[in-house]
Design a protein around this ligand. Sequence first.
Ligand SMILES: Cc1ncc(COP(=O)(O)O)c(C=O)c1O
Length: 362
Amino acid sequence: MEPREFFIEDRLERYRLHAFCNMGESGLSHFTMEEMLTLANLTWKDLSPIPMYDAPNQGSFELRCSIANLYPGVSPEEVLVTTGTGEALFLAFHLLVKPKTKLALIWPAFQALYEIPKMLGGEVIQVPYENAFLANTWEKVHADLYVINHPHNPTGQTHSLAEWDKLLTFFRSQKKTILFDEHYRFLPKGGGLGRTGVCPEDRFYGTGSFTKCFGVTGLRVGWLIADKDFIRRARSFKDYLTHTVNPISERIAQGLLSQKERFLPEIQKRVQNNIDTFTSVWQTLPMSLSFTPPEGGLVGWLQLKPRIRSEDYADRLYQRTGVFVLPGSNFEMEGFLRIGFGAKEDVFLKGLKRWIECTDLI
Ligand SMILES: Cc1ncc(COP(=O)(O)O)c(C=O)c1O
């Protein structure tokens, strides 16, 4: 059993550190260690006494409390700290997906959300994003497991409040098992903390992290939220994988979560400014056809005029301007580009200017 190549990674590896303007990434541009410690209100002195033993297998109690506090009614026993959201998804899918399990998800999707289930023999039902944010769409989809990634990567869309309530009521009445991937929850449009669908007692499980939203992806901390029995099984599975998250990352993670009200509004403002700038000029970008501003998160989905290969577009754009975007083909959907909004505002503006001026791009 082996998953196919992870399509976005080749380009990300090649360009993320060299691009003049990185709009390929789905995370905020990274902070340095020093900046991160300032955000977390920690100093080197706070870190130096940390004992370098294995952290508790489930994650430190303090960190699990901070994570549980993000979810109404969730206790620290219902939290498993993982190495990134990727590991949390890997564990959850191994426990939930058997051969022929039907898994429905919004399409296009972050590849790990369907590639691992497919590797396990699951049958993937693609729910096109155009209708996926309407509750009654899901009433017609018959699956064993529903994966709801919101705000959604790559489109940046999410449900309106009315549709959201309807959707949860429907799932609850049908006693469905849901996995909410809420990686971008810290960046809802309008600020604050985005809504969650997680409710372990209803088998509404969740994966999450703050690393992309806070600009610290290198910290590699994520989590899984589920009922205690599910968490016990996932923890036991994790014992064979990464086993524990390193205690330095755990301590910094806890600091960042406890201080988020101090620094998150600034980040949210930056991302919204980039989205607003892009929204005001996307029609002047060569061969662009449509764009719906994201309702949350750090990415959006730009449609190109017909018959343009997204890889050709992304390659030429990078060669001519140093602006890095991901082609829709990396999400198995032609005719689109994924745009990331996490760059610093001045870099984003300069990149956009170069892009607009490149009128003979394609
Ligand atoms: C929707 C979604 N889920 C999960 C992940 C994996 O996140 P992590 O880097 O925390 O493993 C990503 C990364 O881009 C993502 O976009």
